[in-house]
Design a protein around this ligand. Structure first.
Ligand code: PGA
Length: 268
């Protein structure tokens, strides 16, 4: 599986800054052809960025941060994937900020996931726990908790409800502990790897080992160029979802470069 680094710009940057950043990131990722790089700017900037890009490397893609689950209609303020299909390859669904601030439910996440797949766009489904697990002391109990309503495995179950087996290879699961997103407090490599491993195991049991192998499981939450090596050295982590640090070409470019070195086995 190709490693993937996704930049979530959230609601940041003015128009000119966004164009500059997109151009410099697309240029930087020419140096890391073995890593897929996705940037998710505010929806308003997607078309101008696409049109103004000076460099279109094959490993560089655009994504939306959210979508409505219908093609169009009376949904004030919403944006549909069908409007950006020509230029977008990915969409983030169920980010913890959407769940927490906008009341997005598992049911909505499931509708959006199905809609993305019908639109031929790859969903990046975010799941995460509010409070840190205590796997070292209570492994079985904590895994049982993940399967309960609201737990991360239940969130995955609900999101993938009604997704056909043939479509699962287009899905990315972003494990983002809520306590870590935007806090500067990342999960350490061992912790993140353990949860990504539990997710992969769960998918293998639910579907099959062959299908689970095709589903990318990535980590997000206070990622920066310093903690990338310990996160990506873990075989169960296929990539990263980066928030704050995706707003700087230097930092985001460094994250992509380290990813390419770590995942290709070259020394860093
Ligand atoms: P952060 O955000 O890297 O700033 O913690 C991650 C995210 O929101 O996906």
């Amino acid at each position: 599986m190709r490693p993937i680094i996704i930049g979530n710009w959230k609601m940041h940057l003015g128009y000119g800054e966004a164009l500059l950043l997109a151009n410099s990131i697309s240029k930087a990722c020419e140096k890391t052809p073995e890593v897929d790089v996705v940037i998710c700017p505010p929806a308003l900037y997607i078309f101008p960025i696409f049109e103004e890009l000076r460099s279109h490397p094959r490993n560089f893609f655009l994504g939306l941060q959210n979508t409505m689950w219908e093609d169009g209609g009376a949904f004030t303020g919403e944006v549909s994937l069908s409007m950006v299909k020509r230029v977008c390859k990915y969409v983030i669904i169920g980010h913890s900020e959407r769940r927490r601030i906008f009341g997005e439910t598992d049911e909505m996440v499931s509708k959006k996931t199905r809609f993305a797949l019908e639109s031929d766009i790859s969903p990046i489904i975010c799941v995460g726990e509010e409070e840190r697990f205590h796997l070292e002391d209570y492994y079985d109990r904590e895994v049982a908790r993940m399967k309960k309503e609201g737990g991360i495995l239940s969130q995955i179950d609900r999101a993938l409800h009604q997704v056909s087996h043939g479509d699962l290879s287009k899905v990315t699961i972003a494990y983002e502990p809520v306590w870590s997103v935007g806090t500067g407090n990342n999960a350490n490599g061992a912790y993140a790897a353990a949860i990504c491993f539990i997710i992969k195991n769960y998918l293998a049991e639910k579907y099959s080992p062959a299908i689970a192998k095709e589903i990318a499981v990535i980590y997000g939450g206070s990622v920066n160029s310093k903690n990338v090596p310990e996160l990506l050295m873990q075989p169960s982590i296929d990539g990263l979802l980066v928030g704050g640090e995706s707003l700087s070409t230097r930092e985001f470019g460094a994250i992509c470069k380290i990813t390419s070195e770590v995942k290709s086995g070259r020394a860093i």
